[in-house]
Ligand binder design. Structure first.
Ligand code: SF4
Length: 751
């Protein structure tokens, strides 16, 4: 057969790079970058070149598996759904739907079907509680977005194409390629800032690859970003550098912030942050005086004990310094296809409230409908009313990615029913009774659903499926709808996913026509449903494009955007640079930015306590590598070459104190676990701070991950205490974990 070249977008991360995929005889031969892609213009990273290896991976599941007598056996789809019906039915008949929960993993956000239908699954299944990777990631950002701007996904992103002063806190885009910041070729853009005479400062406990390429690396003690940022705010007020510009009339709470920050002078926080007062003052002045500037904070500012305070203050600094909602500052994207995930639940029309219920065992308050994912293990393992007895995991591997990982690994076998929607038999899904594999990403269309919400340009791209799925295989959206029907008591043999899809879509249209600010506000929902074409996620995408800012509006704007137009533009569509969106983007009860939400400011007492605390000993932070993507990419041989990446990074002075040498095995112990890991000496680390990558620990029996098992590494989350969380959001604090370290071969530390 002839070689074919397919234009496609890489689904693996927020960079959304354009690819040229060369195939022959149903196999991927080569993947190169696409120079004509309007968004990525020829950029890609090493991961983008291995989508073929992922597709052809012999370990990728193509057939449902049912566990019988301790072993997984291949099954037909009918058998798999009947087995789920039997197991779920038994749990629900005896204990009700309260005994069922679900865990939603991070790959869901990168999957065409799952991203659009996980909401349908939750709503239509009636499951009362879910857990997600969000509480080990960006929950603080969701909290501050909800409280400051009115939408939990109303998250501003740095306009890096036009900024001349970029401050990066707790992020390493050199490895991650950007997070809550969708841009291709971040490092090229960083270099461009410097080339045009701008400045880049990286604030991080580790001199990362991003810091190496910046003008300046400013080390900071993990977990103290909020104190540092409050001192910046204090300087802005004290020195008369606050300048809200045109935002003045759209902001409330300015005087509250002025009063709250007064005591947090640079001198008051310097010792705790391990940053000199002069540095803090200098940075505050330079940032305020810069013509354009953006302060961007990410994972390190979220996954720590003051995550919400830090996330809030990142935005506050930008707003006070006049670097918000204007070119070159922190701005809001305006996606061509708005994400339905961003719709505010109607119950929060008068403002968001948290703590509406508490977890059964620990009493953790819900925040944005979830409690910390570390609660899941105890909710499964602790008997009593409301105990979780059935779990549905969707594209997640919490046995590696959730804090206190060993507890969850021990709890999962106690479930009466566990169903995994997953393409691999991995560390988590090996506990399932039934595994339902989704299609390969190359067998599905692709258009990122949520990620364009924080893109640095208003753009979009659609990719058609590259390979035909094998006959009889359902799409993930159909699997999710079928599971929701089973949870509602339908018989497996009676489920009609097309009918369920129609119901879901009609409900969505009814919701959108009832909202005042959409392009179909007030329209007859039945008329819009009748005009909509297709089914499944393609219909949802077409709907989003049509009601979007450039949309066709179901007849309102005949030349406007539709899926058909997107399909005719394989290299993507670019509607231009970001534009100011305040006040239109705000959805707070008074239509203003709440600069000092009571819920957030109430946590300052805890921060005050931290400033008074003497803490000694080492702390552990996490890290990522460009060839990894959490736990997902470790089964691709092409990405696993080179030296061992799962090492403990230790500063040479610390190593000398602890009796460690390069290559030796260190024993690392926290209050909840210990592990042994090879040492790598590096002056990248601050003294007193060590680093382990996350997503490793592939040494568990019963998985089917041939490559990953040969490069097992250790699971850093064994060391993360489940109760060590950012109090306001419930987000895990996997950065700044107190640890003890010693030489393993010498017995090391006790325990
Ligand atoms: S940066 Fe790499 S992983 Fe991310 S979209 Fe581009 S090619 Fe894919």
């Amino acid at each position: 057969m002839e070689q074919e070249t397919h234009i496609r977008t890489c689904h693996l991360c927020e960079a959304m790079c354009g690819l040229r995929v060369e195939t022959r005889d149903g196999r991927v031969e080569k993947i190169r970058s696409n120079p004509d892609d309007v968004w990525s213009k020829g950029y890609l990273c090493p991961k983008g070149t291995v989508l073929g290896a992922l597709h052809h991976d012999p370990d990728r599941l193509r057939t449902p598996l049912i566990r019988r007598g301790g072993e997984f056996k291949e099954a037909s789809w009918e058998e798999a759904f009947r087995e789920i019906e039997r197991r779920l039915g038994t749990v629900i008949d005896s204990h009700g739907l309260d005994a069922v929960s679900s865990y939603i993993g991070n790959p869901t956000a990168h999957n065409f079907s799952l991203s659009r239908y996980v909401g349908a699954f939750i709503a239509m299944s009636g499951i009362p509680r879910i857990y997600s990777a969000g509480t080990v990631d960006q929950w603080p950002k969701n909290v501050t977005g909800a409280l400051m701007y009115g939408g939990m996904w109303t998250i501003p992103t740095p306009d890096i194409d036009r900024t001349d002063f970029l401050i990066i806190m707790g992020a390493n885009p050199q490895a991650s390629q950007g997070s809550l910041l969708a841009t291709p070729d971040f490092m090229g853009k960083l270099r461009a800032i410097r080339k045009r005479g701008g400045r880049v400062v990286v604030i991080d406990p580790r001199r990362t690859g991003t810091a190496d390429a910046a003008d300046e690396w400013l080390p900071i003690q993990p977990g103290t970003d909020a104190a540092f940022l409050l001192a910046i705010v204090q300087v802005l007020f004290e020195e008369g550098l606050v300048d809200l510009g045109r935002l003045g009339e759209h902001v409330q709470g300015l005087e509250d912030v002025r009063a709250l920050c007064r005591e947090f002078t640079p001198e008051a926080v310097a010792a705790t942050c391990r940053v000199s007062a002069d540095k803090i003052r200098g940075l505050a002045r330079d940032f305020a005086e810069a013509e354009t500037g953006a302060l961007y904070g990410r994972i390190g500012t979220c996954n720590q004990e003051f995550g919400t305070l830090a996330s809030w203050l990142v935005d506050v600094v930008n707003i006070l310094a006049g670097k918000f909602d204007r070119p070159g500052g922190l701005m809001f994207s305006n996606p061509i296809a708005p994400s339905m995930t961003t719709l505010r639940p109607p119950e929060f029309a008068e403002g968001w409230s948290f703590g509406r219920w508490k977890s059964r065992v620990r009493g953790a308050p819900e925040v944005l409908g979830q409690v910390p994912v570390s609660c899941l293990a105890e909710e499964i393992a602790t008997p009593g009313e409301g105990q979780i007895r059935a779990l549905i995991t969707i594209a997640g591997n919490p046995v590696l990615s959730a804090p206190d990982a060993a507890k969850l690994d021990a709890a999962l076998p106690g479930l009466d029913c566990m169903v995994a929607v997953d393409n691999y038999l991995n560390e988590t899904t090996r506990h399932a009774h039934v595994i339902l594999p989704g299609l390969s990403p190359l067998e599905q269309p692709h258009y990122d659903e949520l990620l364009w919400s924080w893109a640095v340009r208003n753009a979009g791209k659609y990719s058609p499926p590259l390979f035909e799925p094998e006959p009889g295989r359902p799409h993930e959206w159909q699997i999710l709808l079928a599971l929701s029907a089973l949870l509602q008591g339908q018989k497996a043999d009676d489920i009609d996913t097309d009918l369920l899809d129609d119901l879901f879509f009609a409900g969505l249209v009814a919701t959108l026509t009832a909202l005042p600010h959409t392009s179909i506000a007030g329209r007859d929902p039945g008329e819009v449903v009748a005009l909509a074409e297709g089914k499944g996620p393609e219909r949802m995408l077409d709907f989003a494009l049509r009601i979007g800012p450039w949309g066709e509006g179901y007849g309102k704007n005949p030349k406007g955007m539709t899926l058909e137009i997107m399909k005719r533009s394989p290299n993507g569509v670019d509607m231009g640079a970001l534009e100011s969106r305040i006040p239109e983007v705000l959805d707070t009860p008074d239509g203003k930015i709440d600069l000092a939400p009571d819920y957030v400011c109430g946590d300052l007492d805890r921060l005050r306590g931290r400033l008074g605390e003497e803490r000694e000993g080492a702390v552990l932070v996490s890290r990522r590598h460009i060839r990894s993507n959490n736990s997902w990419m470790h089964n691709v041989a092409e990405l696993m070459t080179g030296k061992d990446r799962c090492t403990l990074l230790v500063h040479p002075e610390d190593a000398a104190r602890w009796g460690l040498v390069a290559g030796a095995s260190a024993k690392v112990r926290s209050e909840v676990g210990s592990l042994i890991v090879p040492v790598e000496l590096s002056d990248e680390m601050m003294i007193g701070v060590v680093s382990l990558p996350h997503g490793w620990g592939h040494d568990k029996k019963g998985t089917r991950l041939g490559v990953a098992a040969r490069n097992a590494g250790v699971c850093s989350n064994i060391l993360a205490p489940g109760t060590f969380v950012d109090v306001l959001s419930g987000n895990a604090a996997v950065n700044g974990i107190p640890v003890q370290i010693g030489l393993a071969s010498a017995g090391g530390i006790e325990g």
